[in-house]
Design a protein around this ligand. Structure first.
Ligand SMILES: Nc1ncnc2c1ncn2[C@@H]1O[C@H](COP(=O)(O)OP(=O)(O)OP(=O)(O)O)[C@@H](O)[C@H]1O
Length: 917
């Protein structure tokens, strides 16, 4: 404790003892209410996070919003002087809560011997009220004087119950935090809490950006900046269009000049040589602890080195719950790696080699593999793969495996059956089927000379499993079944999951051939085999396949339950980061879309994107397809258009399975139909995948066929569409593809409606509604747009449905009314059912009731509204132009109309009442 007397001569700066001024566009952060508004006030509220994380602003905003009594003291370096510290502390209490304090006067005159005696007097003089008081010490990391720390510890020991000390700091203050934490006397707010989540970021950005940004881009931005508000501020100030926005976000991975400058200032000159070396050497690591630091730094006291860095308040974040592992903030890591690349002081390759060895010593194979790859060190890669390659595979670490295998010389692979199998499976997973065969043949040639016949037979069996998978992907079910049956008989010697894989292919082949029950049984067996081998990837895959088969059978609830099982398995085995999980999220989002739970569908699609982010955009086709469907269902045209453009580009650039392609095409066609882009539909027809009714024994061939029919329907070529739908229906009925049957009936209802065959249209709609009782389909109905309302109303008015179907129809009408269409013109026709509905409404214009129109006049009104000329109307109704004119005259007279525009207005008004627009 200091011995000099504390009686400073000061001219006070008022801003230091005033709460900060709120920035323009201050965003409320209600999520802190629970932490701040606790019934029993704690002694210490500790707010720690790196610079610019919103510590000061958030706490000021919340304390103000909660109308808490506060005293602020904003610290600077110069406040390390105890006299100055005491004077400002007394002043802030004096100004904010206790105008009668004698301490400031005594400090000025006689002075005090110690900070503790100042604090004792202050505590004694504070009003003893019950109302909570928050004493905020902002920027406490600037305090380095041990006397002040000691005084604060004294204060914490003697705080009255109504007083909470709020410490805002970039570093952990040395105030005996561990004890307070154990005693439950403190609340902590860290970067984890301060980081903006996607909802907050959306609110924050929407306020600042003059253009619309998709949720997907917002989530990506939040992930890249880890919710760091200052980076989001920079992002919003730097982007003027949504394209600039996403470019800025993408660029962050490579580095951003402004952010580098910010870090330059932050790190500044304050580093010792050893600390600098520490930063450069550890920035290549995804995470580190004291032991790791010791190894990469060749230092025998890793802990104290780590502590000295943590005390600097840099962007070092906790990487586990135990507080032993740390990592750099992603943007800070990019900055440090940039510095590393600009220096010759360190040899990056040897850093990575050292890291490989260190991780292997700690038995962290994945990290070891990543560093061995970064070091481009084949021997080390071989070592990692020898020990852990199979585990990477069963766990589904395909992209890591690929990187390892890419870095190995070809000969390393062909001489090793396990490496060859890994290589070939990875290639097949990336749809590089030709490469699969190349790898397998190369190994067979090589191994012929060195292996016994018995060994070769074993290898052949395992190779057959992968050849079966390739045959499957080429759509050759029979060959796949033959090869898989061979493989399933063979014990797996080189890759433990070969038999599981073969069993899975058999299930898939049966599925594709429309043998749904057998396929399901097979996939259940596969799941059990995979479980017994802890082959996580295969377990999830088998469950996803079971879910897909159940969807095909029309059992969407069952499919949902199977997905739940898969999610549980993933959670129990901590697999949430595995790429295969994207498959699970994707099929979950498809069910959610069908059930019209658009928010959940969107959430799942976005989670899929997050999981596959590191693998590259090529894999987002399916997620983008779902997002486009959701955008369409929400009537968000430009967003939907963006996704459609992206999907088109991706399909043009890559080779995808028909399942993905057909699904994407369905969405593209639906979009073009909604915006009436007939040229696009026409063009699509010229390049559309071939369709053969005989092969439509699975959902993707069914979807592909339906796409063709829907395209023809959009172009008015109804007669050509009809036989396609008929054949799809027949195959779906025969094989039990209930979901497809449901969708086929919906399409057929539309087809016959367009052909003005009301009876057939309604019959198919009725069948579709009946099937929907088990499928729960909603999305497929709503895709029809507003015409659905007319058909359903006709069904109801004609008394053709009752019970469950009636209820479903009413619900669908409601949803279709709420749905926003892209097209400005309302496209439904004034069918009898709709006309009746209009006449029955209390809010229709009087003349509609008093001078009723004939059926023909209604038809003509509808066609005028659709934008047809008199000649076109005559042609459409197959009557003479003069007849049309006569009807129009009568219609105008009855409704007291003199211009065509008034007729259009009248029709729009009437239809809008029915459609909910
Ligand atoms: N709730 C909010 N609404 C609007 N802007 C905010 C909000 N929170 C923080 N900001 C802005 O973010 C930036 C950083 O906030 P702030 O200064 O509070 O961070 P900090 O963590 O206290 O930083 P430092 O450690 O540098 O003191 C500021 O420009 C601030 O205006």
């Amino acid at each position: 404790m200091t011995t000099t007397k504390l009686n400073p001569e000061l001219t006070f700066v008022d801003a230091k003892t005033t709460a900060p001024i709120a920035p323009v566009g201050l965003m409320a952060r209600e999520k802190f209410n629970d932490l701040l508004h606790i019934p029993e006030p704690v002694s210490l509220l500790l707010v720690t996070a790196p610079a610019g994380y919103g510590k000061t602003t958030s706490i000021a905003e919340r304390l103000d919003a909660l109308e808490a009594r506060t005293a602020w003291y904003r610290l600077e370096e110069s406040d390390n002087d105890p006299g100055r510290f005491a004077a400002y502390l007394a002043r802030t209490l004096n100004r904010s809560v206790a105008p009668e304090l004698s301490v400031p006067g005594r400090l000025r005159n006689a002075g005090y011997d110690s900070l503790e005696s100042v604090l004792s007097d202050l505590l004694g003089e504070l009003p003893q009220e019950e109302e909570p008081l928050y004493l905020v010490l902002d920027d406490y990391h600037l305090i380095s004087n041990p006397d002040i720390h000691q005084a604060m510890r004294f204060l914490l020991r003697h705080l009255p119950p109504h007083l909470t000390l709020v410490i805002i700091s970039r570093t952990m203050p040395p105030l005996g935090i561990a004890q307070l934490r154990m005693k439950g006397q403190m609340t902590e707010i860290t970067s984890k809490h301060l980081a903006l989540d996607a909802d907050e970021a959306q609110r924050y950005l929407e306020q600042r950006l003059p253009f619309e940004v998709s949720r997907e881009h917002i989530e990506r931005a939040v992930r890249r900046v880890e919710g760091w508000i200052s980076a989001l501020q920079l992002l919003s100030a730097s982007s003027h269009t949504s394209v600039e926005f996403s470019e800025f976000v993408d660029q962050l991975e490579l580095g951003n000049h402004h952010i580098f400058e910010y870090f330059d200032e932050l790190v500044g000159q304050s580093l010792t040589e050893q600390q600098r070396r520490f930063l450069l050497r550890t920035c290549i690591l995804d995470r580190f602890n004291a032991a790791m630091v010791m190894r990469v730094m060749d230092d025998n006291d890793g802990q104290s080195l780590l502590n000295s860095l943590l005390a600097m308040g840099l962007f070092i974040m906790p990487a586990d719950n135990g507080g032993l592992w740390f990592r750099y903030h992603q943007l800070f890591a990019v900055y440090l790696r940039h510095l590393l690349s600009c220096t010759t002081q360190e040899n990056q390759r040897s850093l990575h080699q050292r890291a490989t060895d260190a991780w292997l010593e700690l038995n962290h194979a994945e990290e070891a593999a990543r560093h061995a790859v970064a070091a481009a060190d084949p021997e080390r890669i071989r070592q990692v793969l020898d020990e852990h390659g199979r585990k990477f595979f069963t766990e589904g670490q395909f992209s890591l495996l690929q990187k390892c295998l890419d870095a190995l010389p070809q000969s390393f692979i062909s001489e090793n059956p396990t490496f060859t199998l890994l290589r070939a499976w990875v290639a097949q997973g990336q749809y590089k089927f030709d490469e699969v065969e190349d790898w397998l043949s190369a190994a067979e040639n090589h191994l012929k000379a060195t292996m016994s016949e018995e060994q070769q037979k074993a290898i052949h069996g395992e190779f057959s499993a992968i050849r079966a998978q390739v045959a499957m992907n080429y759509g050759n079910g029979n060959r796949a079944l033959a090869l898989a049956s061979e493989a399933v008989e063979q014990d797996a010697r080189y890759l433990p999951t070969s038999r599981v894989a073969a069993a899975s292919v058999m299930g898939e082949a049966l599925f594709v051939q429309g043998e749904l029950q057998d396929a399901l049984d097979r996939m259940e067996d596969t799941e059990h085999m995979a479980r017994s081998q802890y082959a996580h990837q295969n377990v999830i895959w088998a469950l996803c396949q079971q879910s897909e088969i159940s969807v095909a059978m029309g059992l969407l609830q069952k499919a949902y339950n199977i997905q739940e099982k898969a999610f549980r398995y993933a959670e129990e085995n901590r697999l949430n980061h595995l790429p295969i999980l994207e498959f699970l999220f994707r099929i979950r989002s498809q069910i959610m879309w069908e059930w019209h739970h658009l928010e959940s569908a969107e959430r799942c699609a976005l989670q899929g994107i997050e999981i596959l982010e590191a693998q590259g955009e090529r894999w987002f086709v399916q997620s983008y397809t779902t997002l486009a469907k959701i955008a369409q269902a929400r009537g968000r045209q430009s967003l939907c258009a963006d996704y459609i453009t992206k999907i088109q580009k991706m399909l043009a650039a890559g080779d995808y399975h028909l399942d993905w392609v057909a699904n994407a095409h369905a969405t593209m066609l639906s979009y073009w139909d909604a915006v009436r882009d007939q040229d696009a539909i026409q063009r699509w027809l010229t390049i559309a995948p071939a369709f053969e009714a005989a092969t439509a024994t699975n959902h993707f061939h069914q979807c592909n066929g339906r796409n063709r029919a829907r395209a023809l329907m959009s172009l008015g070529q109804l007669a050509q569409a009809e036989p396609i739908l008929q054949s799809l229906r027949e195959v779906a009925e025969r094989t039990g593809l209930k979901t497809d049957l449901n969708r086929n009936h919906i399409s057929m209802a539309l087809l016959y409606w367009q052909q003005e065959d009301r009876t057939q249209a309604l019959e198919h709609m009725k069948l579709a509604l009946e099937l929907a009782s088990t499928t729960g389909a909603v999305g497929s109905f709503l895709r029809l747009g507003k015409v659905l309302i007319v058909m359903l109303k006709a069904l109801i008015n004609d008394g053709l449905i009752e019970g469950m179907e009636l209820q479903r129809a009413e619900r669908l009408i409601q949803l279709a009314q709420q749905q926003r269409d892209f097209s400005r013109a309302i496209r439904i026709s004034l069918d009898e059912a709709i006309i009746q509905d209009i006449i029955d409404r209390p809010d229709v214009p009087e003349l509609i009731r008093t001078s009723p129109l004939t059926r023909r006049e209604w038809q003509i009104l509808s066609l005028i509204h659709a934008g047809l000329s008199n000649d076109q109307i005559a042609e459409h109704l197959k009557v003479a132009s003069t007849t049309v004119k006569t009807h129009i005259r009568s219609l105008y007279q009855k409704q007291n109309i003199s211009h065509r525009s008034e007729a259009i207005e009248l029709a729009r008004d009437l239809l809008s009442k029915i459609q909910g627009e």
